[in-house]
Design a protein around this ligand. Sequence first.
Ligand code: DX5
Ligand code: ZN
Length: 217
Amino acid sequence: KHASVLAPSILAGDHARLADSAQIVESLGINWIHLDIMDGHFVPNLSFGPQTVAALRKGASLFFDTHLMLDEPHRYIEAFAKAGSNLISIHIEPAYDHAATLARIRSLGCQNGIVLNPGTPAEAIEPFLDQVDLVLVMTVQPGFGGQPFRRDMLPKIAQIDRWRQERGLTFRLEVDGGVDLVTGLECRTAGADTFVAGTSFFGAADKASVARTIGSW
Ligand code: DX5
Ligand code: ZN
C-alpha cells in the first residue's frame, strides 16, 4: 500500500501569484503539486498552459502532477514534458490513441496517468492498468474547483483498487474534486493513496495541519 500523498491544486490559489502558491506548498514540506490544464473544449473552462508550467518549474523542485483536461492531449505531451512536468495524466473519454500516448509520456521521461470522469465506468480504463503509473478518479465533473464531492464514486475507487491488488500492480490511485479531510479519508478507506485538494487546501487557515493530517493516513 502506497503512503498517502497530498497534491494541492494550484487552481484554487491566486492566479496572479502562482509561484507564491507553489512556494507555500514547498515550504510546508509537501512534495507534489497538481496542475490543472483546461482547453475550453473538453471542459467548459480555461486555465493555463505549458509556458506557465515552465515558469513555475524555474522556482520549484516540486513533483509536477499535470492533469490534462484536453480533447487532444496527444498534441501537447511534448510541450508539457519539456516544461518540466513529472507526471502527465490524460483522460480516457476523448478519441485518440490512448496506449500510444501513455507510452509517449514515458518515453519523454515522465510518469503517466489515465483519468476518468464521474460518468465513465471503471471498465473503460481497465485495459490500461498495466501501462500506467497512476489512475485518477474524478470525484467531480472536471472544469471548476469548489464543487461538492461525489460520494457515489467510492465504489469505483474500490473496484480499481481491487484490480490493482488482484493483478499485483503498483500504480497510484488518485482522487480529484471536493476532497477534504472528511471525503479524502473515505477515499483512503476505499483504496485511494493520492489526494488532490484545491479549495480545502488553499482555503484552509492552517495548511500545515491539513498536510499533516493527510500525510498521516
Ligand atoms: C477540477 C480539477 C480539480 C480542481 C479541484 O476540474 O481537476 O483539480 O482544482 O478543486 P477542489 O479541490 O476545489 O474540488
Ligand atoms: Zn485536476
